[in-house]
Design a binder for this molecule. Structure first.
Ligand SMILES: [Zn+2]
Length: 85
C-alpha cells in the first residue's frame, strides 16, 4: 500500500488556488514555466486504520517545482504564490 499527500503550507488555500487556476509564469521574464514533479520519500509509516489493525504505508510526498529555462531558476509553488498575491 502507498499513501500520497499533497503538501501545502498553513494558509495553503492561496497555494491551492494558484496551483489549479493560475498560469505559471516566470516572475522575472514572464516565460512559461516548466513543471517538474519531485517525489520525496517519507519512509515507512505505521498507520492504525482500525483499532489493533495496523498497516505499513510507504509514504511519500509529491512536490511540484517550476523551472524557468530562460533564467535558469527554480521556483516552488509557495514562492510563486507569494509573488502572485
Ligand atoms: Zn525567467
Amino acid at each position: 500500500m502507498s499513501g500520497v499527500s499533497y503538501t501545502f503550507s498553513p494558509g495553503g488555500w492561496k497555494e491551492s488556488i494558484y496551483f489549479f487556476f493560475y498560469k505559471k509564469k516566470c516572475p522575472c521574464c514572464h516565460e512559461k514555466l516548466r513543471k517538474e514533479k519531485k517525489t520525496i520519500s517519507k519512509g515507512i509509516i505505521i498507520d492504525e486504520v482500525v483499532e489493533n489493525i495496523k498497516t505499513e504505508l510507504n509514504a511519500y510526498e509529491i512536490e511540484y517545482l517550476y523551472i524557468c529555462d530562460q533564467c535558469n531558476k527554480t521556483y516552488t509553488i509557495v514562492e510563486l504564490t507569494k509573488i502572485a498575491f
